[in-house]
Design a protein around this ligand. Structure first.
Ligand SMILES: [Zn+2]
Ligand SMILES: [Zn+2]
Length: 264
């Protein structure tokens, strides 16, 4: 098990509605609000954001940067696991001419239009079937989930290649949740960012443990389940998902459990 480096820092207010952050391994910060995670990776060559959360995550980002003695100018790039609104949130507000925006070609259009995505079933059915998710969905709305502007990619991510960001993580294309969904493996801290291809909390059902996300937000669940093998990275000591807690039980076990959980 990997020790969590610092206790979560909650910036006041109601759990779920208020942005918080923690350093999950040295140099990797988890920023979260309303059950949505994004991450800041600190490398000697600069800072990289993995996803851009909801607009309401900005407060946590400010707090982490202050903690590091850094500014927004120090963020070299944002690499997107995919183009859904809850992963693009802060991007437009942070955008500067020197900041690179990287996404897989399959999600380039979605990054510009983060609400125009394919899904298997209506998201409206899920709060009725899983009423415990309602507070989480309200928290997302409160954190301006309905007001996310798209951004244009400045570079593309290619499967199996190192991304041109500090730390040069390997890009792992995992289509299914969206067509261009990718995970990123940073060899040095040994962390695997799994985005929404493999989460430990499904915001649409409230179910916890490794799984794919419900059809309310997934384009092709069969393909998403097939893609999981791409994450079979033996050196990943921590998996960091787009929703839910970090997973330290190894990639193989996470994949096995996600397959057993199946589709919703
Ligand atoms: Zn998503
Ligand atoms: Zn998501």
């Amino acid at each position: 098990m990997v020790r969590v480096a610092t206790a979560p820092r909650r910036l006041g207010g109601m759990d779920g509605f208020t942005a918080q952050w923690s350093e999950v391994v040295p140099g990797v910060f988890r920023l979260g609000v309303a059950r949505v995670n994004c991450y800041l990776v600190v490398d000697e060559d600069g800072l990289t954001l993995v996803d851009a959360g909801l607009p309401g995550t900005r407060r946590a980002l400010r707090s982490v940067l202050e903690h590091l003695g850094a500014t927004i100018e120090d963020i070299e790039a944002i690499m997107f696991t995919h183009g859904h609104f809850d992963h693009v949130g802060m991007a437009r507000g942070l955008q500067r001419t020197s900041m690179r925006m990287l996404v897989h070609p399959g999600d380039r259009r979605l990054l510009r239009h983060p609400y125009r995505y394919a899904r298997e079933s209506s998201p409206l059915v899920y709060p009725l079937r899983y009423p415990r998710t309602v507070p989480g969905l309200l928290a997302m709305t409160w954190n301006r989930a309905l007001f996310v502007g798209g951004v244009a990619a400045t570079a593309e991510l290619r499967h199996g290649e190192p991304a041109e960001v500090p730390g040069r993580p390997t890009v792992l294309w995992t289509p299914g949740h969206t067509n261009g969904h990718c995970g990123f493996f940073f060899e040095r801290p040994g962390v695997l960012f799994t985005g929404d291809a493999l989460v430990t909390l499904d915001p649409y059902t409230g179910e916890r443990g490794p799984r794919i996300i419900a059809g309310a937000a997934t384009a092709d669940s069969d393909r998403a389940l097939q893609s999981l093998d791409v994450f079979a990275e033996p050196d990943a000591r921590m998996l960091l998902p787009g929703h839910g807690e970090p997973w330290t039980g190894g990639a193989a076990v996470a994949i096995e459990r996600a397959r057993a959980a199946g589709r919703r």
